[in-house]
Design a binder for this molecule. Sequence first.
Ligand SMILES: Cc1cc2nc3c(=O)[nH]c(=O)nc-3n(C[C@H](O)[C@H](O)[C@H](O)COP(=O)(O)OP(=O)(O)OC[C@H]3O[C@@H](n4cnc5c(N)ncnc54)[C@H](O)[C@@H]3O)c2cc1C
Length: 403
Amino acid sequence: MQSPRAVVIGGGIGGLTAAAALHHQGWAVTVLERTAALEPVGAGIALAANALRALDTFGAGDAARALSGWQADGGLRLPGGRWLSRTSNEAAARRFGEPVVVTHRADLVALLASRLPEDAVRTGSPAALADPGGPARPARVTTPAGDLEADLVVAADGIHSATRALLFPGHPAPHYAGFTVWRVVVPRPSEPFPAHETWGRGTTWGTVPLHDGRVYAYAQAVTPAGGRSPDGELEELRRRFGSWHHPVPAILAAADPSAVLRNDVHHITTALPAYHRGRVALLGDAAHPMAPNLGQGGCQAVEDGAVLGLLLAGGADDLPRALPAYTAQRLPRTMEVVRRSARIARLVSLSAPPAVALRTAAFTVVNRLGPRVVLRGHDGIADWHPPVHPYASRTKARTREAL
Ligand SMILES: Cc1cc2nc3c(=O)[nH]c(=O)nc-3n(C[C@H](O)[C@H](O)[C@H](O)COP(=O)(O)OP(=O)(O)OC[C@H]3O[C@@H](n4cnc5c(N)ncnc54)[C@H](O)[C@@H]3O)c2cc1C
């Protein structure tokens, strides 16, 4: 019997997860990536327990856990170094089932790609949806090497998804969230430090050790969209963060100016009417771009891909019920994460002195209550489990379990 065939547009974290999950279920997959190589941005990514459990559905969870670099405790600080609240990865593990894994994006992408047959990924292959297909008609994707027909197309073409615009014309595009972010990976400074995120006035800096001896740092600042520093982004970071507590100056000193990434953050605030049309499923940033402040954009893309794989375990015959079930399961959940991420982004972006003072006072109180209170912000997100029965909603699955 011939395998059902899926074409995935986009070889980012979401597209590769979907491809690996579908391949695990017996689908023949082709991933079309427009760039010349699978080269993720030079930055880290945090994978919370929900993403690790999603990776478990196709056997990739333990390899991801092995990439863990952050074993020490950390927390939230002020630019002068004072702790606002402490977080313990052990407490996170107790609450959500396992600790957060922070790894380099390249390692995660390599791990996902290694779950696919060698010829499954075509790089240098910009693709466009030509026909979303229908009940009796395959979907069609245009590539430089000719058109491809597929039982299923996975649109994982990222935040500026052309597929989303084609399927949902007139739907509001993602808009500027009000802040820009910088990211860099450097060798670990010699003087030790705990992982931290530090909140200033409309500015944030975070530093997390990676498993390979390097350190991933990210920074954020409220600023008009489209800005670029005339003397380079490293100089901009030095001006904004150079006087902050250790290890920030040490990281700035170690950073290669050409390796500092800067991106304006865009997110969606109006949910799409659905995450599918015809034989096309949208996932990851193509469906629900969100502010990065909960560290969940990639995790939700991984959940999307895993759920799609589970729903389509029965092959192409399952498509008529699998795609509506995919929308039903993923749209409300991911939009809730979008909304919660936007709320944290607003809190982090506060810059008026009275508002910042109030925020500091609130976190000082929270800190007295222990890490449990801070971790509560991830309740309902990091404690996610893959659906017990692929066509059951979480509520129905829970009810059945309880009976
Ligand atoms: C500063 C920052 C920090 C973040 N930190 C975290 C974190 O710690 N944890 C977390 O879970 N998430 C994090 N995120 C979010 C996460 O990076 C994204 O949600 C995730 O990368 C989305 O993956 P994706 O595969 O949907 O999209 P992308 O990674 O954007 O991949 C889309 C791919 O599609 C390709 N493509 C586009 N158009 C075409 C086409 N026409 N044909 C072929 N290929 C095409 C692109 O080249 C790209 O490779 C962060 C985001 C930012 C900005």
